[in-house]
Design a protein around this ligand. Structure first.
Ligand code: PGA
Length: 239
């Protein structure tokens, strides 16, 4: 795993933005795997700035997001579709028809998972995948378990994830109990992966990932199997 240590959140965001922009300049019709959460917000803000300055265009880019709560409407301001629209897609020239987020309103979540997995396959995999890392080591909503799923699937959120995400909802009771998430196999279809981590609350998760042993109870450790992963983190993560 390559490691890029940054002095603060701003530098981490900018380093990641330059890597995404470089990918899109090299291959304008790139498939970008995108993530939500507080970690990549600065990355999206920087990409918007670069777009406004004419430094990068997303006109021919296709995006696939990692996950979505289930059930949730795209108009719910806590849905990941809403997050992506308001924090990134609405401000750049990406064609919304080419942006993909699992459908939190699907009547049949299992069928929706199958459709989404097929979509990732049909796109030929992901050129560059952005990941955050959960405090419990989850990647997307691949939560710690004795088994990890390869394909996109419906999953129950763990109590620790519900607690971690309750800050965005009126209360923990309002956090959806399930999610649709790409599996570790879908994520591994990405040719390049960037993992972003900022702040001392991610220290435990990142040090477990860097141990270089693999444990399904800490899904981020699986990333040690992937040949092209770059961790971009703030210095306090590694203190
Ligand atoms: P965060 O979430 O960026 O909001 O810390 C990361 C994650 O849970 O994957």
């Amino acid at each position: 795993m390559n490691i890029v240590v940054c002095k603060d959140y701003e530098e981490m965001s900018l380093r990641a933005a330059h890597m995404v922009a470089a990918q899109v300049k090299e291959k304008p019709n790139s498939v970008l795997g995108l993530a939500t959460g507080s970690t990549p917000e600065g990355l999206y803000a920087d990409l918007i700035e670069m777009y406004k300055k004419g430094e990068v265009s997303f006109k021919n880019v296709t995006s696939v997001n990692l996950d979505e709560y289930y059930p949730i409407a795209p108009t719910n301001d806590q849905s990941y579709r809403y997050f992506m629209n308001t924090k990134f897609f609405d401000h750049v020239d990406i064609d919304k028809a080419n942006t993909n987020v699992p459908d939190g309103t699907a009547a049949d979540p299992v069928a929706e998972s199958k459709r989404y997995e097929q979509l990732v396959t049909d796109l030929g995999g992901i050129d560059l995948q952005i990941l955050g890392i959960g405090r419990n080591g989850h990647i997307g909503f691949n939560e710690p378990d004795t088994k990890l799923m390869l394909d996109t699937h419906v999953t129950a959120l763990t109590e620790s994830t519900i607690e971690a995400n309750a800050r965005f909802f009126a209360s923990a009771n309002d956090v959806p109990r399930k999610a649709l998430t790409m599996g570790m196999g879908s994520i591994f279809k990405a040719r390049k992966i960037i993992v972003m981590a900022s702040g001392s609350s991610k220290k435990g998760a990142v040090s477990a990932m860097l141990e270089r042993s693999v444990d399904t109870n800490f899904p981020a450790t699986m990333l040690n199997f992937h040949p092209d992963v770059t961790l971009i983190c703030t210095a306090d993560v590694l203190d």
